[in-house]
Design a protein around this ligand. Structure first.
Ligand code: FAD
Length: 460
């Protein structure tokens, strides 16, 4: 049995905790069964955004003639750039691994481990490691739904899709969340004919209803989109894949493609880590239950990142890592504050959002006003020839910001003005009364806030 002050299970965002704890002088063991850097660096945020950059460039060249700039694409070296992206990220992961191996007080165990009791884990050789403090950061993986025939075909998840060196002529995407939307956009830009099958009524069903509706319209102009259809069967036929999908009213469609991407959500990695040998509780969806301090139901065991839910984004995992470091290893006493957590979707146009959606406010019976502004009404949008996009600001009659939703070019950046305002309790008037540089795209955010401020004043 090897004894440590702390065990960190999972070297995705967990690697930040392990290194910081070791730097504080704790004797730490960090366990990682794949590559340090986890999902984000190796098979998530980073490679997907690097590839989407290629998609954006291809579309920019295609659209350049709208500006009188005549250009064409000679070649899309997909195999080359997929290799380059994955090599860049593998090198970054290797550099992090080398640094961990060298770090004082840190033992990097490049093995899969599972719990054998509350504070002890074991590897495949029966070696045991115990620690007074344990941080569970085992992340999540693609959820694959039980669809008849799915296991009999070679389907892709996001992990494989990001490494595909040949763009399929026809791609079927199951799911309409952000990963499905981003990958659908990427493959479309590189020449695939994309068909999306989503069970709910719109794509991006977790977004504000106006964003979801307009995004679905834009996606439908590029892809074949079946919303409201649940995939019920998958089969291989003549080297192709067919998906049968049914609508609630009984309508049935069969769509076919060369590849099938299953992107219907992610599930927490809690089912195969021996949690049943511990007192750590998981909820019905399999997420580790934590309190505001990320404490689990066992003393001295914390959970963070995707495995503990809290929205399943890298930025929330990073925030939680900092909180664990502060509370567990530096004597802090800070509860988590998830009040103004933004999210972004990196298609073109992008989506950026923070706070509650109109549907959530309606359902909760909260009184609110709406302010909106269209990208097309701004000078920069005219310069960039942006025809779509809007900002939607939801505010309380007092002027408090309740939610801000942006669909449009650079929405992932634009939303952050609202995030800072919300986090620090500014009102819609505070943002509206702030001078914004002309003709920066941010002016559309100001216009959205000005419209909300006028709606608040109209109520008064
Ligand atoms: C295609 C895609 C795109 C994404 N894009 C974005 C984005 O743009 N923005 C954003 O914020 N988020 C994005 N995400 C989500 C983001 O990647 C995750 O929220 C984040 O990486 C979660 O970090 P984590 O540390 O909780 O888990 P992970 O990074 O998954 O780390 C968990 C680690 O634990 C290891 N592990 C698991 N079990 C064991 C075990 N028993 N023993 C040893 N090691 C174990 C795993 O190998 C893994 O490395 C994306 C995800 C995907 C799939």
């Amino acid at each position: 049995m090897q004894e440590f002050d702390a065990l960190v299970i999972g070297g995705g965002t967990g690697n930040i905790v392990a290194s910081a704890a070791a730097a504080e002088g704790y004797d730490v063991a960090l366990f990682e069964k794949e590559r340090i850097g986890g999902t984000c660096l190796n098979r998530g945020c980073t490679p997907s955004k690097m590839l989407i950059q290629r998609a954006n460039l291809a579309n920019t060249v295609r659209e350049a003639a709208r500006f009188g700039v005549h250009a064409h694409i000679d070649e899309l070296d997909v195999a080359g750039f997929v290799e380059a992206v994955n090599t860049t990220n593998a090198n970054a992961a290797d550099a992090m691994t080398a640094a961990k191996r060298e770090q004082a007080n840190l033992t990097l165990v490049e093995r899969e481990v599972w719990f054998v009791d509350d504070h002890t884990v074991e590897d495949g050789d029966g070696e045991r490691y115990t620690g007074e403090r344990v941080v569970v950061a085992t992340g999540s993986r693609p959820f694959v739904p039980p669809i008849d025939g799915l296991d009999d075909v070679d389907y892709l998840t996001s992990r494989e899709a990001l490494r595909l060196r040949k763009i399929p002529d026809e791609l079927i995407v199951l799911g309409g969340g952000y990963i499905a939307a981003e990958l659908g956009y990427y493959f479309d830009a590189l020449g695939s004919r994309v068909t999306i099958v989503e069970m709910l009524d719109t794509l991006l069903p977790r977004e504000d209803e106006d964003v979801a509706r307009e995004f679905t319209e834009i996606a439908s102009s590029r892809h074949e989109v079946y919303t409201g259809y649940r995939a019920t069967a998958v089969r291989g036929r003549n080297g192709r894949i067919e998906v049968v999908a049914e609508r609630e009213d009984g309508d049935v469609v069969t769509v076919a493609g060369d590849e099938l991407l299953v992107a219907v959500g992610r599930k927490p990695n809690t089912d195969a880590i021996g949690l049943e040998t511990t007192g750590v509780s998981v909820d019905d969806a399999g997420f580790v239950e934590t309190d505001d301090y990320l404490r689990t139901t066992v003393d001295g065991v914390w959970a963070m990142g995707d495995v503990a839910d809290n929205s399943m984004f890298k930025h929330t995992a990073d925030y939680e890592a900092d909180l664990v470091v502060e509370n567990v290893f530096r004597g802090g006493d800070h509860p988590a504050d998830f009040d103004a957590v933004p999210h972004a979707i990196f298609t073109e146009p992008q989506v950026g959002g923070v706070g509650r959606t109109e549907g959530e406010l309606r359902e909760a019976g909260v009184d609110y006003v709406v302010g909106t502004a269209q990208f097309s009404d701004t000078s920069m949008a005219r310069a960039l020839k942006l025809e779509e996009g809007f900002v939607k600001v939801l505010a309380a009659p007092s002027g408090e910001i309740l939610g801000v939703h942006v669909l449009g070019h650079e929405a992932s950046v634009l939303v952050h003005e609202a995030v800072v305002a919300m986090k620090h309790g500014l009102s819609v008037h505070d943002v509206a009364e702030t001078i914004h540089a002309h003709p920066a795209l941010s002016k559309v955010v100001r216009e959205g806030f000005a419209d909300a401020a006028a709606a608040v004043d109209g109520r008064g």
